[in-house]
Design a protein around this ligand. Structure first.
Ligand SMILES: *[C@@H]1O[C@H](CO)[C@@H](O)[C@H](O)[C@H]1NC(C)=O
Length: 134
């Protein structure tokens, strides 16, 4: 799966997701966690535009969340079988994020928050079979 990324003409917007120093790679890969905020009336349109951008091989988990208090606060989690460096330097600059970003960034009413963290792995990761999928 692929999804969020940003950037208009440079990698700058991603640089803070990686942090100031490189950490050791987790055998479980990394999780990209992002939050954006749009006006409540733009939330449905944001989600519709984001939908086609969800399908890249090394992303093995993706889930989008919407705030209970404000439907314009939308966050998501992407788990990648990859390193943070690969995600930032190889995946996020891919061409197909451009149209998505150009269409969605004008909706933002505050800057995107994004971080990349190591997955700790079992037993701190599980997915029960009854977890509802849409
Ligand atoms: C909704 O999104 C559009 C961009 O698609 C933007 O121009 C507009 O200002 C947004 N509405 C609000 C209330 O932020």
């Amino acid at each position: 799966m692929k999804f969020l990324a940003l950037f208009l003409s440079t990698l700058l917007p991603f640089s803070n997701a990686l942090g100031s120093r490189s950490t050791s790679a987790s055998p479980y890969g990394v999780s990209l966690q992002a939050t954006i905020q749009v006006a409540p009336e733009n939330a449905t349109r944001f989600i519709e535009i984001a939908k086609p951008i969800v399908a890249v091989p090394l992303c093995h988990f993706f889930e989008l969340y919407q705030s209970l208090e404000d439907p314009g606060v939308i966050s998501w989690v992407e788990n990648w079988d990859a390193t943070a460096e690969w995600l930032v330097n190889v995946q996020l600059p891919k061409e197909y994020y451009k149209g998505y970003l150009e269409a969605t960034e004008p909706m933002y009413i505050r800057p995107r928050e994004m971080k990349i963290v190591n997955r700790v792995g079992p037993p701190f990761a599980f997915y029960k079979s009854w977890n509802r999928e849409a």
